[in-house]
Design a protein around this ligand. Structure first.
Ligand code: NAP
Length: 529
């Protein structure tokens, strides 16, 4: 089942001599399978195949693409327990999480299948000709979204299924008509290998062109760099660190032909707890947040890493409650020793800053690769002047910032880097007393939450998972939900093109009965000649 090899289109290949193994953080030992990193020649072969496949795949009907996506979902289901066991052995995450993430991955694939089978997503827009217009006749112009070309997807360490090999980026790119080259994440190469086998099987079963999908193993940054630099690659999807995402963004910008890099990176997800809510519900809020901070060992991009509130006795009580609640939760395993190392390093860096107090920490040792949850506190004025305190500490960590007053709270929010989410905890109507705080927050985030927690990203059409830099490299797009398809397309116009040579979506007959905008009116009617 697991090959340890690269998928160059439909063929497995292992020509290189650089090998590596994945690691089981729960058992604190290496897994058995040996993976072979892709060579320069194999990468070149995969990109050339993808570029060749694009010619056919970009014109395949929505119904055929839907069949392909649904078959990928079926093949992933068919991997059954083999996939779940592999996932757990490479991540330290529990079986329940693995199954949940598999369900989400399958759901995403099927929702893109429905989207492209229906077809209106191409935003067909038609301005009919006016041959008698004075002083000049008007041409017939018809526009729709078309795929951009081969896309490279970097799988995320923290979502081996839902944001990796057949995850949201891949599903969206394939749905749009773009071939995909996955740069497999070295921490879960076995999970990636199994999912890649499912995609390749589905591609063959549904008659997709060879090269529509490739999966390339890597144990270092070279494979990714070579992929992003390849002239036939036309866009990149990435989830991970700011350092990695930014390096790839810069690399893509330096190419002779710069290409878009849609990177979803770090976020500390500020939570603003308003005074009355704190006064009335500090115990309940503390319990909710102790759970949210430690969920998935804090390894979510939406982890609440920053809690902001105005100084009061209730805030002091809240800090005490939060510390007590979070210590009650058993520490859990991190994804990989390197992730744990990053957690310790970044946490120490923040804790060692002047005037930072640790209010909740485990005094006893935790198991290897497990993370001790930590809460620290600092005054608003210190947070404002020290940018190290704004660092993402990836893991079960949060900082409570004690603000002097409303204006300091607003200033702190306005000075934050871009974030995926912002949350407001408020008593009924209390929020209406803070309009400038809310607008400052809106200016810094992609999603705003009322009386909830930022962890848990619903996959639906209205979801925005992105935000101002560095939460993402382009805040105009979401990485979650069907609208994420828009990252992999470009608008294209046909002028006075013969009706029978137009794509079906733009033909007068509207045989797919999709919704189109015709002369400014949204309709699913055909055009009468
Ligand atoms: P990462 O270091 O950013 O790596 C992600 C992927 O990008 C890996 O496949 C890596 O390849 C590749 N990569 C990194 N730097 C590169 C470069 N300069 N050129 C080419 N490719 C490059 O993230 P990670 O390994 O998933 O996790 C490390 C840290 O990232 C975490 O501790 C956390 O701080 C952060 N992270 C944040 C989020 C979030 O959503 N906020 C999610 C995941 C991770 P190789 O591994 O082969 O080198």
């Amino acid at each position: 089942m697991t090959t340890g090899k690269n998928y160059i289109g439909n063929q497995v290949s292992a020509k290189g001599n650089r090998t590596f193994k994945t690691f089981n953080p729960e058992l604190d030992q290496e897994n058995e399978t040996v993976f072979t990193e892709a060579t320069k020649e194999e990468i070149d072969e995969a990109v050339n195949l993808a570029s060749q496949a694009f010619k056919e795949f970009s014109t395949i009907s929505g119904t055929k693409k839907a069949e392909f996506l649904n078959t990928i979902a079926d093949e992933i289901v068919a991997l059954d327990d083999t996939l779940i066991q592999m996932y757990c052995s490479e991540t330290g995450l529990p079986e329940g999480r693995a199954k949940g993430e598999r369900g989400r991955t399958i759901g995403q694939l099927r929702s893109f299948a429905n989207l492209v089978a229906e077809g209106s997503w191409v935003e067909a827009t038609i301005d009919t000709a006016q041959p008698t217009r004075e002083p000049l006749p008007k041409s017939d112009i018809r526009k729709m979204l078309i795929p951009i070309g081969p896309v490279v997807v970097f799988g995320a360490s923290n979502f081996p299924l839902a944001y990796s090999t057949a995850g949201g980026d891949t599903a969206a790119a394939l749905a749009s008509g773009c071939p995909v080259l996955v740069k497999s994440h070295p921490m879960h190469a076995g999970t990636g290998d199994l999912v890649a086998s499912a995609i390749v099987k589905a591609a063959q079963k549904t008659g997709m062109p060879n090269g529509v999908f490739s999966n390339l193993n890597s144990s270092g940054i070279e494979v990714g760099q070579q992929l992003v630099s390849h002239p036939k690659v036309k866009a990149v999807g990435f989830t991970g660190s700011i350092k990695g995402g930014r390096a790839l963004y810069d690399l893509a910008a330096k190419r002779d032909e710069p290409i878009p890099v849609f990177a979803e990176m770090g976020s500390i997800n500020p939570v603003v707890i308003l005074p009355k809510a704190l006064e009335n519900r500090h115990q309940e809020i503390a319990k909710t947040y102790a759970n949210s901070i430690t969920l998935g060992t804090g390894q979510f991009c939406t982890n609440p890493g920053l809690l902001l509130a105005i100084k009061s006795d209730s805030l002091t009580n809240f800090i005490k409650n939060l510390s007590e609640e979070i210590i009650k939760i058993n520490p859990s395993c991190m994804l990989h020793p390197n992730i744990k190392k990053g957690y310790i390093t970044n946490k120490e860096k923040v804790i060692s800053q002047e005037n930072v107090s640790v209010v909740a920490n485990f005094s006893s040792e935790v198991q290897n690769n497990y993370a001790a949850q930590t809460v620290v506190t600092v005054e608003g004025k210190e947070f404002l002047k020290n940018s190290t305190l704004h660092l993402e500490v990836f893991g079960p960590f949060s900082m409570v910032v004690q603000c002097e007053n409303k204006s300091e709270l607003e200033m702190i929010i306005a000075n934050l880097e871009g974030q995926l989410t912002g949350t407001v905890i408020s008593d009924t109507d209390e929020v209406s007393e803070y309009p400038t705080v809310i607008s400052a927050l809106q200016n810094r985030v992609g999603r705003i939450i009322f009386n909830g927690v930022p962890t848990g990203v619903e996959v639906c059409e209205s979801m925005v998972h992105g935000g101002p830099y560095p939460a993402s490299t382009d805040s105009r797009f979401t990485a979650v939900g069907i609208n994420s398809i828009k990252r992999w397309v470009r608008p294209f116009s046909y002028q006075d093109w013969p009706n029978n040579l137009l794509p079906k979506e733009l033909q007068n007959e509207n045989s797919m009965a999709i919704f189109r905008t015709i002369d400014g009116v949204k309709t699913n009617e055909k055009i009468n000649e």
